[in-house]
Design a protein around this ligand. Sequence first.
Ligand code: GLN
Length: 488
Amino acid sequence: MLNQLTISELVSKLATREVSARAAMQACLEEVQRADPKIQAFISYDANDALAQADAVDKELAAGGTYAQRSLLGVPIAVKDVIAVKGQPLNCGSKILGKFISPYDATVIQRLKAAGAVIFGRLNMDEFAMGSSTENSGFQITRNPWDASRTPGGSSGGSAAVVASDQCIAALGSDTGGSIRQPAALCGCVGLKPSYGRVSRYGLVAFASSLDQIGCLAKEVRDAATVLEVLSGVDHRDSTSVPQPVPHYAANLTGDIKGLRLGLAKEYMVGGLDPEVKQAIDAAVKQLEKLGAEIVEVSLPHTDYAVATYYIIATAEASANLARFDGVRYGLRVEGADPIQLYSKTRGTGFGAEVKRRIILGTYVLSSGYYDAYYLRAQKVRTLIRNDFLKAFEKVDAIVTPTSPTAAFKIGEKADDPLQMYLMDIFTISANLAGLCGISVPCGFTREPKLPIGLQLLGKPFGEKTILRVAHAYEQSTDWRKEKPPVG
Ligand code: GLN
């Protein structure tokens, strides 16, 4: 079953021409047809276009094309519906974009195409990436492949679900407060959020520009490293992308972590953490120690303020970014007697409840009279949170935490209680506030029902090399990745 392979396994078969790119793409499409009616992760996909891309790869390989220049030749990669792919629908999980077709490729898509990847499908997500369960999608509710009555997490729930259920080989997601790592944990795959500035955001529809970052979901750590290498690097179209050299992330995965210092934050192993999750994390920490890492206690004293700080900054930025969806520029347009009516009817019809809630909150914290009390203060606390981490990283090479306080929750369980939903981000959002990199890797299962648990490693800004190395060493010393969900 070619759709079950990792990138490295598939590439080695393609390179020797033991299998064709068409056969690999076909296997994924067959799995989509079989599994997706249940999972509902794809909003749309164009099978003919995907097969045509695969055929072009087969021609190139037949003509002597090699992996030296094009590291992802023939690898099917599916894309979250918030990243622009030329000629394909771009909806951000929202009704407000109507029948909008992207006129250009995001930089990450250009880079994947240059590396030979086969780009296919639009993956479901919480509307404009606002949520932790994919229930806020304007299209459909995606199901967790381990238990269809549960959410896959979010907002990149579609991306995590398709990777975990082998409907594709890897996927792109975006992470503003945990949206790659949390669904990866809840679906049982690897999710990597790069440092702010590592990957260009050009062509990523903005939610909160100072927090957003594109990353990937994959079946194992080595694959995440391979994709990151392709995505990374400065881009003149995103002035926040940083001109730092891109290391050979995959080549650095030695399995050796002896002498590395890993921090355990005392503020993270407290109330709200599910006992089975805590047990799995404790066991993973022991395993890391066995592999030669030294565990050091660190303190992140401003942890308690992270969720509140995030929801002020993220909503403030969202309220500004989403002003462009006005019925004039893109997609949906509901006519009105005057322009104000046109705006309000279009936005009233096109946006879902959570997006409206955030626009209202964000507009409020930015309004005169409240700006100093909320937005400005949140920015100051953000600096304190960042300083906590920078101080901790003077003592340790990476920080170990749970990715999510619980395993996958039931569809509908938190949908009516935004605060409960926001608390799902407690361990992931600080990384975005501080510009850190983070990865989630499977570290066990709850017992009944059997649901995946994720271990999170946080690294310094531009410390991807280290967290990938630790995550890989841990992953290879355990068998969690070999377990497959019932639907896959
Ligand atoms: N769950 C968080 C939110 O709702 C994070 C979302 C994200 O990372 N895009 O904002």
